[in-house]
Design a protein around this ligand. Structure first.
Ligand SMILES: NC(=O)c1ccc[n+]([C@@H]2O[C@H](COP(=O)([O-])OP(=O)(O)OC[C@H]3O[C@@H](n4cnc5c(N)ncnc54)[C@H](OP(=O)(O)O)[C@@H]3O)[C@@H](O)[C@H]2O)c1
Length: 275
């Protein structure tokens, strides 16, 4: 199947989720808003934000300025650790809606599993989902032990798990588990938060860049979507925003995918959820 910037995956509740979008961590103020507007202009249709990023207002402004109708853009936000627990989550969710200036969320995630609180947080997400305030609910930074626990307490199973995932952190076990359970894996920091992409040392990787005439960033993003995941690369620069979207005119061969699978270093650019 040919993938395009408009391709979607169907979640277990039949909601379609774009496979490609913009991460917004560190996108703030007018420059951040302009970057989001530019991404929407060139075809991005998923925007990933969070209460933590303190930028929901500019995401909402960019959406309105784009003149694209609300139902064409898939908006994700996340409940932060200090807002967890049942009633605090409901309050935080309503604040996010108001900051964004929208009346529903496409996807709402538990940002991190906060011990002693995340189960109640999940029940709040279920309540908001049942009230049709959210089209899909999920988690972030949940590895297999937490996912197993979640399946025991949930009346509605998670539809998405957002974790750090790239060739230098190939979480094969979590991907397999999510696929078996019908959970879409959404890859955050798909460019290693910038740490590895400008410092590729492997000759075979460098040869691949020449062979496909693509940058390291583009190969890493394409590798991710060929594993069936959603990706949300972040950039504030129009050149990078465009470059990261230019991954739908080629495909990586099975052998080259296997090579990229083999360069895993368990490299976390963010906190390690198993700690
Ligand atoms: N759920 C969670 O706990 C969690 C944690 C981390 C991130 N996230 C989400 O995932 C999104 C992506 O992760 P991230 O922002 O940490 O990192 P990332 O997308 O892996 O990398 C972003 C970095 O790469 C640079 N970059 C982007 N495109 C590039 C290109 N084509 N060539 C060279 N450099 C490029 C950016 O710089 P410029 O801006 O200068 O281009 C920035 O420094 C976040 O924005 C956020 O939405 C979620």
């Amino acid at each position: 199947m040919t993938l395009t910037i408009n391709s979607t995956l169907t979640l277990t509740n039949s909601v379609n989720m774009p496979i490609f979008g913009l991460g917004t961590y560190l996108l703030t103020g007018n420059p951040g808003q302009k970057a989001i507007e530019f991404a929407l202009k060139i075809g991005y249709r998923l925007i990933d934000t969070a209460t933590l990023y303190n930028n929901e207002k500019i995401v909402g402004n960019a959406l309105r300025n784009s003149k694209i109708s609300r139902d064409e853009v898939f908006i994700t936000s996340k409940v932060w650790n200090s807002d967890q627990g049942y009633s605090h989550t409901i309050k935080a969710f309503n604040k996010s809606l108001s900051n964004l200036g929208v009346d529903y969320m496409d996807l709402y995630l538990i940002h991190w599993p906060v011990k002693g609180k995340w189960v109640e947080t999940w029940h709040a997400l279920e309540e908001l989902y049942n009230k049709e305030k959210i089209r899909a609910i999920g988690v972030s930074n949940f590895y297999i032990p937490y996912l197993k626990e979640l399946f025991q307490v949930a009346s509605i199973n998670p539809m998405v798990n957002q974790i750090e995932f790239h060739p230098f952190l190939y979480k094969k076990d979590v991907l397999k588990y999510c696929q078996e359970k019908g959970i879409v894996l959404e890859s955050y920091a798909p460019l290693t938060h910038g740490y590895k992409i400008n410092d590729i040392k492997s000759t075979q990787f460098l040869q691949m860049m020449e062979k496909y005439n693509k940058s390291a960033a583009q190969l890493m993003l394409r590798w991710n979507i060929q594993h069936g995941n959603v990706i949300i690369p972040k950039s504030i620069k129009p050149t990078h925003i465009r470059e990261n979207a230019d991954i739908f005119d080629f495909s990586i061969s099975v052998d080259d995918i296997q090579f990229l699978d083999s360069i895993n270093e368990d490299f976390h650019s963010d906190w390690d959820p198993s700690d």
